[in-house]
Structures are given as structure tokens and as C-alpha cells.
Design a protein around this ligand. Structure first.
Ligand code: FMN
Length: 221
């Protein structure tokens, strides 16, 4: 296959008016704290038909300071923070143990919106993590039971065998424990809401946590 990446890239546009609806966002109307605005924007992304709005880029840093990023599912957001789950033995789990801070990046192209959050990350209790996992699908439990995430895989057969056993166990034992599966919470110290604008006068509203309040400020795009 011979693809011309450069001409492909040049042929693409963001925010094609046929698929993207850039809404006016007046930061003066924004709520005083980021959770309320996140909840509004999330609901709007869902009703605008954004595919998989609950997938999010999770950035962490390793012990040497080298950044890393991957996609995870958002499990919830409340006054305690934005939650996601993974194996504490995975690469990201080890990075979070060494440096318990992260950033989350959401992109909802149907509305030309981006949300960024950064802050310290804590582990939820094992009981809370287990309850969260057991409220999810059989597939989610089976995936968690497979374990060994981020280890080098010897062969596809090895995975197929272990996954088969995990699916069987998940179906037979819906409360099966997945000891390394962990629920984490990112409690933001900063949250930025970006609304794309057709004339590129994008609106960027940043919330910055101060001891007793959230400071809101606009950023140059
Ligand atoms: C749409 C999507 C959703 C994902 N959700 C999760 C998730 O919730 N938890 C998780 O551990 N991995 C999830 N993954 C896999 C991660 O992106 C990643 O491959 C895996 O967690 C290993 O990352 P690590 O080696 O940095 O620890 C998801 C991948 C995709 C594409």
C-alpha cells in the first residue's frame, strides 16, 4: 500500500459544518465550578450524537519524567473527582504509584469542544473499586480477570486461553474478585473548557482551584 500521507493530511479539515455544530459559548454564563459545566457539556455531547464521549485520554508521567498517554473509559465525575479504572500493575498503574498525578483530555468533535483536567490522583478503596467493577458488564469483568496488562505477550494463543477462562469465570461468578483492578480518582486543580469558533476565536475558559474557591479566567487561543 502506497499512501501519500502529506496530501491526505492537507485534504482534511476540522469542524466540517456538515458534521460539526460550533455552539456559542459565553463564559459569563458558566457555573462557578467545573463539575457543573463538565456535566452540561457531557450531556450536550451525548445528545449531539458524539460517539463514545466517555472515552478520554489519560496522561501520566513515569519515574524518569517521560510522559505517557492512552485512552480509558470515564467511570464517573463527582465532588471527589473524575474516576477511571485500570490494573495497578499495568504501566500506567506503576506510573501512578510513582507519581500520583495525571491529566485527562476529552475531545468531542461534533461540538468542537475539548475539556482538559489536571491534578493529583488517588486510589479508591478496594471495596469501592470492586463494587464499580461488579456493576459493569460481564465483558468488563472478564477483561479485568485476564490481568497481566502491559506485560509482554508470548503468543495470541496464550491470551485466547486466558481470556476464555476469564469469560467463563465472569459469567459463572459475577462477583469474582479482580485483585489488581483499581478505581482511581483525579481531583482537578485545573480544568479548561475549549469551545471552537469558526473564525478561530476559540473560547478557552480555565478554572483554577484556590483554597476556598475556583478562579475563572479566559486564555488566549
Ligand atoms: C476506547 C478504549 C477504551 C479503553 N478503556 C480502558 C480502561 O477503561 N481501562 C484500561 O485499563 N484500559 C483501557 N483501554 C486500553 C488502554 O488504552 C491501554 O491500552 C491499556 O490500559 C494499557 O495501558 P498502559 O500500558 O499505559 O498501562 C482502552 C482502550 C480504548 C481504545
Amino acid at each position: 500500500m502506497d499512501h501519500d500521507l502529506e496530501s491526505l493530511l492537507r485534504s482534511l479539515r476540522v469542524w466540517d459544518p456538515e458534521v460539526t455544530e460550533l455552539r456559542r459559548f459565553d463564559p459569563a454564563d458558566a457555573p462557578g465550578e467545573p463539575l457543573a459545566l463538565f456535566t452540561d457539556w457531557f450531556a450536550e455531547a451525548v445528545s449531539a450524537g458524539q460517539a463514545e464521549p466517555h472515552t478520554v485520554s489519560l496522561a501520566t508521567v513515569d519515574a524518569e519524567g517521560l510522559p505517557d498517554v492512552r485512552t480509558v473509559m470515564l467511570h464517573g465525575a463527582d465532588a471527589a473527582g473524575w474516576s477511571f479504572a485500570t490494573h495497578d500493575t499495568s504501566r500506567k498503574g506503576r506510573q501512578l504509584a510513582a507519581r500520583p498525578a495525571a491529566a485527562l483530555g476529552f475531545y468531542w468533535p461534533v461540538l468542537g469542544r475539548q475539556v482538559r483536567l489536571r491534578g493529583p490522583v488517588t486510589r479508591a478503596s478496594a471495596a469501592e473499586g470492586a463494587a464499580d467493577l461488579h456493576a459493569r458488564s460481564t465483558g468488563a469483568l472478564a477483561a479485568a480477570l485476564v490481568g497481566r496488562q502491559s506485560e509482554v505477550l508470548g503468543s495470541a494463543e496464550e491470551l485466547a486461553e486466558r481470556s476464555e477462562a476469564a469469560w467463563e469465570r465472569a459469567a459463572a461468578e459475577p462477583e469474582a474478585p479482580a485483585p489488581t483492578w483499581t478505581l482511581y480518582r483525579l481531583d482537578p486543580v485545573e480544568a479548561e473548557f475549549f469551545q471552537g469558533d469558526p473564525r478561530r476565536r476559540h473560547v478557552r475558559l480555565r478554572y483554577r482551584r484556590e483554597p476556598d474557591t475556583w478562579v475563572r479566567e479566559l486564555l488566549w487561543p
